[in-house]
Design a protein around this ligand. Sequence first.
Ligand code: AMP
Ligand code: MG
Length: 283
Amino acid sequence: MAPSWSHDPHTVLKFRTGDQVADIDTDSSPGFTGGRADADAVLADRSERFAELQEMLYANGKSGGDHRSILLVLQGMDTAGKGGIVKHVVGAGNPMGIRYTAFGVPTEEERSHHYLWRIRKALPPGGYIGVFDRSHYEDVLVVRVHNLVPPDAWEKRYDEINSFERDLVDSGTTLVKVAMFVSLDEQKRRLAERLERPDKYWKYNPGDVEERKLWPAYQDAYQAVLDRTSTDYAPWFVVPCDKKWYSRLAVTELLIRALKGLEMSWPPADFDVEAEKRKLSDS
Ligand code: AMP
Ligand code: MG
């Protein structure tokens, strides 16, 4: 844990039974002792640590035969800042070892398969950090809110997701599930900004405004996700996101913690280092 934190984000942000989505203070910065003015320096420092550990994971996958991986699951309403996490947090790492996948409205082919089909295809191989920008959880969020399948179909999915994630963890993947929460007001400000700035039009989708009317239904659907799929092997972390600098610092710490949990070191040489040095100098 970095000195600028009074409490480890892994502890303060972990969802606890009984926590209510409606009570989340989206503008808060739990566990962080500094403010916005400190954020850039802390992020720069901790990003370096993240990058070092991420490269070590990749190195172990590549030459150490380590089959383990990390899967960062980002879920949140539009404008929560998923893209910012990808750019500013994951982006500090080496792209060589990152598998990024964004999950949008399923294609015709995807719809012809089980909803986990496209998820399985995108899982990170050993040594990689997989990043899911939206995920299988859309199949109990947007799908539930819009009745895209009947209730008895989505109802079964919570248990199915839990056993899917259990298998993933057992096969060596550490899940870091991040639920990102912005307030309805902050979302309005961010959507307004997208409409003011030509460099942000690409992020704007007219349907996003319609979704705002369904905010309470989404809150309920997120509550059900947290209540039913936060497990000891794959817990959810609830991240307040009105302050972008905070959410980025928090997710950086969650990733560092997951990487440290793998207790890695640099893979040893699988050749005779001294002999190679002699050969090289003679060459
Ligand atoms: P964005 O992440 O802003 O590019 O938007 C992707 C859109 O795809 C969002 O509106 C999601 O709700 C939607 N989406 C993602 N997964 C599913 C799914 N399984 N079924 C229906 N819509 C989905
Ligand atoms: Mg969007």
